[in-house]
Design a protein around this ligand. Structure first.
Ligand SMILES: Cc1ncc(CN)c(N)n1
Length: 220
């Protein structure tokens, strides 16, 4: 059995907000087939913009993994994430034509701008490696858990949305999230009390931004 670490204790401690992010009404509406397709189109356009801002963040994680990690495999894990972002951007573009969304006219909404600003602040070299890794894991994990839920037994996910669900809900992405979680967990095992407090705070803030992002997609 997998060893329970500090991240699992934080998930338990902040369970209600964690569940609000991973079982948000928008996600549940995809799973039960009641999703409002105009919300899906809003999400698509906003998430495309988010992902473009996420690429430099992941690049900064990659640089830190190359420079600061004692483990050469950290860089390879992050590089795998970078490669899947490349596919993700291509996927968004294909979906845009399918859903008739013109990305060139999409303007980032407040929740998206605030999330991107938060990521930019995390790219500062003052932010500890363990803290940036915790954020990176949490960002990916919310999407993995949310979209995997839309594929679990009993789902009524509309067939035209299963592509999105498979993108983040597939087993390979789950494995990748687990590798990032292991890296963050290993760093946190040796972290100071101050770094632990910062990482917990960043974990909660990522989850809050994810909730706000789903709310925005629903038109909230
Ligand atoms: C808002 C958000 N959070 C996470 C992911 C997964 N990379 C995403 N595409 N968008």
């Amino acid at each position: 059995m997998e060893k329970r670490g500090v991240i699992d204790t934080w998930i338990d401690k902040h369970r209600s907000i964690y569940t609000a992010a991973t079982r948000h009404a928008f996600v549940v509406s995809i799973r039960d087939g009641s999703v409002d397709l105009s919300s899906f189109r809003t999400w698509l356009g906003q998430d495309y913009l988010f992902v473009r801002g996420f690429v430099p963040f992941v690049a900064s994680v990659l640089i830190r993994a190359g420079k600061e990690s004692g483990e050469s495999s950290d860089m390879e894990v992050v590089l795998g994430g970078m490669a899947s972002l490349n596919d993700e951007i291509e996927w968004f573009k294909r979906e845009a034509s399918k859903w008739d969304v013109d990305f060139s006219t999409v303007v980032p909404q407040k929740a998206n701008q605030e999330y991107t600003r938060f990521l930019e602040a995390l790219m500062s070299s003052d932010v500890k490696y363990s803290v940036i890794m915790t954020a990176f894991w949490a960002i990916e994990a919310v999407y993995q858990e949310s979209f995997a839920h839309c594929l679990e037994d009993g789902n009524k996910t509309p067939v035209e949305l299963t592509g999105a669900c498979h993108r983040w809900g597939n087993d390979g992405f789950k494995q990748y999230c687990s590798s990032v979680k292991n890296i963050a967990g290993r760093c946190l095992e040796n972290a100071s009390g101050e770094a632990l407090a910062e990482a917990e705070d960043v974990f909660v803030r990522v989850i809050e931004h994810e909730v706000a992002f789903w709310e925005m997609s629903r038109g909230g």
